[in-house]
Design a protein around this ligand. Structure first.
Ligand SMILES: Cc1cc2nc3c(=O)[nH]c(=O)nc-3n(C[C@H](O)[C@H](O)[C@H](O)COP(=O)(O)OP(=O)(O)OC[C@H]3O[C@@H](n4cnc5c(N)ncnc54)[C@H](O)[C@@H]3O)c2cc1C
Length: 456
């Protein structure tokens, strides 16, 4: 089948590229065929799982604030951002039947809070401008016929497509079950592009002792697959969520980042918004062989002296309570911890901090005595050596990708191969959580589509 523009990948970037190309062609009064080839039986599989199924599709911050959340190459992405700003994206979706709501942190969601609305809207938009969406079309190979200036693309089902203009929108490597298996990297390399090393970002970190595997990775030496069984520490901590927690990332003895927010222990390790926030630096450091640890502050904002005084007061009250008579020191410590921590965390916290109840030698043999100073330190500086990280199987985004220096930022066309455009996570771009990644996929897709239409 012959097309004018062939888009490989029907995710956020690819579908928006189809709309960008189709609408620009329409405005220019050109008749041309735009085709999207999507590997999966349905398009936008990854969009369906974004924002826990609610899809935080953009963030309405101004460029100055938005760009601070982009971890690589923000300036290269500026033209794409201004070509489709968050407000323009919201208006575009609204004009196509999907209203949005903006929540805390300037994060925008579909008003229905259903990610499926975003996918349906994108598919509708692409269809409206005449783009042809082919599902179950997994591209196996791309060949360029120099003499004809034509790309021929072969799918695993044997079908062939040709086009003069190609847009690569195959995404990164995260959540391969959604179809994003990094296929575009090899094609980019075959066109002469350089790849910036890829690694998982916005991912769970695995504390030492949490999982049975030490370093088992397929995507890096410290990759500990989500499926690796938990050890005792993991079993104790898994399921606990901590609100308003301080978090410090320390790399080779130096504080690298400090955050404040929510933390979650899961079957993967430690995650949640603030851990995701520091995970990029942590993963990079682990892969480089650096020593990484996290320090949790469960009493953030409380002065150390205040906490010590409060602990002494509580401890005194517990010990002098009638009901404490005859109970073991460990038992009383559990009562104290119950007043300081979520109840489900108490056993895990104690397991991680044996120093709070050290064994001592007395006249009658061994006895245990609570060390309140050690408890105060444990509450505000809970140190966790990090053994590894959860990889592409469950990370939110892929850092690294097709080097931006070889792409024209104004058009997103390749500087290496004629009539090839790149967009979305395939590029060396990644950002924080909060709607930034999807916005980058949409805005680069839109720009790539519009620019491609000018080559028809
Ligand atoms: C769990 C999770 C939650 C997330 N939540 C958010 C959020 O709330 N907000 C946010 O901004 N970002 C979020 N993200 C990130 C965001 O989803 C991605 O950055 C974005 O989807 C990237 O878009 P893309 O089009 O570049 O790639 P993808 O969405 O990965 O799309 C690539 C498409 O290409 C197709 N494809 C791949 N290879 C081939 C091939 N050989 N032939 C044909 N088709 C192919 C794939 O099947 C896929 O459909 C989340 C990610 C995850 C994993």
């Amino acid at each position: 089948m012959t097309s004018d523009i062939l888009i490989i990948g029907g995710g956020a970037a690819g579908l928006m590229a189809a709309y960008g190309a189709g609408s620009a062609l329409f405005r220019a009064g050109k008749t041309a065929q735009v085709t999207v080839l999507e590997k999966m039986p349905r398009p936008g599989r990854k969009i369906m799982i974004t924002g826990k199924g609610r899809c935080n599709f953009t963030n309405v911050k101004s460029w100055n604030d938005f760009s601070r959340h982009i971890r690589t190459n923000p300036n290269v992405l500026r033209p794409a951002f201004y070509n489709l700003t968050p407000q323009a994206l919201i208006s575009l979706f609204a004009a196509n039947g999907m209203r949005a709501v903006v929540e805390r942190g300037d994060r925008a969601f579909p008003a229905s809070y259903h990610a499926s609305d975003v996918v349906d809207t994108l598919v509708r938009m692409a269809g409206k401008v005449g783009a042809n969406l082919v599902q179950d079309a997994s591209v196996d190979s791309i060949k360029y016929q120099e003499n004809k200036k034509l790309y021929s693309v072969t799918c695993s089902n044997g079908k062939e497509y040709t086009a003069r203009v190609l847009i690569l929108a195959t995404g990164g490597l995260s959540y391969p079950s959604t179809g994003s298996t990094g296929d575009g990297y090899a094609w980019a390399e075959s066109f002469g592009h350089t790849l910036t090393e890829c690694f998982p970002s916005l991912t769970a970190l695995v504390p030492d002792g949490y999982k049975s595997a030490k370093a088992a990775g397929t995507d890096g030496p410290k990759h500990i697959d989500r499926s690796v069984p938990m050890e005792k520490m993991g079993k104790y901590l898994c399921g606990n969520k901590l609100k308003n927690c301080g978090l410090r990332l320390v790399i080779d003895g130096n504080t690298s980042e400090e955050e404040f927010g929510d933390v979650e222990f899961t079957d993967g390790g430690i995650e949640g918004p603030v851990v995701f926030q520091v995970s990029r630096k942590a993963v990079k450091a682990l892969r480089n062989g650096s020593k990484v640890y996290l320090e949790l502050d469960l009493k953030a904002g409380v002065r150390a002296s205040e906490l010590s005084a409060r602990l002494s007061e509580l401890w005194k009250a517990i010990r002098s309570d009638e009901r404490s008579r005859g109970r073991s020191e460990k038992n009383l410590l559990t009562v104290l911890l119950g007043k300081l921590l979520p109840w489900d965390l108490v056993d895990g916290f104690l397991f991680c901090h044996p120093e709070i109840l050290p064994a001592k030698k007395g006249r009658n043999g061994r006895f245990f005595e609570v060390d309140l100073a050690a408890l105060a330190v444990a509450l505000q500086r809970w140190k966790m050596d990090i053994a590894g990280y959860v990889g592409y199987e469950r990370c939110v985004v892929t850092a690294g990708g097709v080097a931006m220096s070889e792409i024209d930022p104004k058009t997103l066309s390749s500087k290496k191969q004629e009539n090839v455009f790149f967009c979305g996570e395939l590029l060396d771009m990644d950002a924080d959580t909060g709607g930034f990644n999807l916005h980058l996929a949409f805005s680069t897709g839109y720009l790539a589509g519009q620019s491609a239409s000018e080559r028809v």
